[in-house]
Ligand binder design. Sequence first.
Ligand code: P1T
Length: 379
Amino acid sequence: MKFGTKVIHAGLEPDESTGAIMTPIYQTSTYAQRVPGEHKGYEYSRTQNPTRHALEKNLASLENAKHGLCYSSGMAAIDSIVHLLEPGDEIVSTNDLYGGSFRLFRGVYEKFGIKSHFINLSDIDALQQSINEKTKLIWIETPTNPLLHVFDIQKICEIAHQKNILVCVDNTFATPYLQTPLDLGADLVVHSLTKFIGGHSDVVMGAIMLNDDSLQEKLAFYQNSCGATPGPQDCFLVLRGIKTLHLRVQRHSENGKTIAEYLANHPKVENVFWPGLTDHKNHELAKKQMKDFGGMLSFRVKGADLQATFDLVSKFKLFTLAESLGGVESLAGHPATMTHASIPKEMRDAYGISDNLIRLSVGIEDVEDLVEDIANTLS
Ligand code: P1T
């Protein structure tokens, strides 16, 4: 089945009892048992829920995975993956990643004895040097949040697997429409479904997709034991959003291209980070690894200090100043003080998350209006 068919059909059947075409919202916490232990596959909705199961099967199919697991947020999904590690284990990750992931690895898990290294994953020598016998997980974001670095998933997986290290790719920015990391060797894929997959900025949710049965068994145990599972209403909303994922991401990518090219030629813009630009330093890799380049981009405003950047980012009319990304509507953000504020300033400065950096989540509106909004704001 091709992608545009999978989003509409994979894992989904008309409801057996009524023939309803759309997966019903099974708004129930529990299920009748005939005698103790004899039931229809569902006991309690933290553990299993039919609406959630339909979504998990659909998501697995999109990532060419055997298994899917849903969580009450992207962070809960990421947290669950760290539960696979033991005290004393280490994580190697990128130095450009969502601030919440940094906060979890550094702020929560270091006190449980799990250390994280944040490096440039394009630098294979640095990667080799960061790996030691304690390394159990390599955490990739590609493209990264907020600077849109692109890393070679296949190459990193080859290095990791020689040493029995798991590789997880946070595929939130790309979506499975643009890239399927499991096909490139990754062990786990994680998503904030809150973003492009849900697509309408009306739900917070996360997911893990994977092939390995024993890892799935462990993660399902943690999912049920820790309990950060989503409700059926939210699962229904994500299922509904997914049906147009391919169309939306095509349009996000087209609009992203127009805006990236407009900004790249604007005299007040210092640099633009979008992997589709031919002068992006990972453009050739992005072309090989991704189907298109998506609607996320960031840019630096020439000579702007913090106040000037605040003034600018607050003046857009169509790009709403807000956290999050990937919805149908365009959003603008200031990473240094919003999504990446939990990264210490000296680290942000060293990694390029400067005070004059603005991030755009380009929506699916008519692009002429978006360009006009940017033109007016920059002038
Ligand atoms: O917000 P939540 O659903 O918990 O997802 C966390 C998350 C995970 N991975 C990536 C790459 C993300 O960008 C996020 C959330 N990011 C934002 C809220 C943001 O504005 O960047």
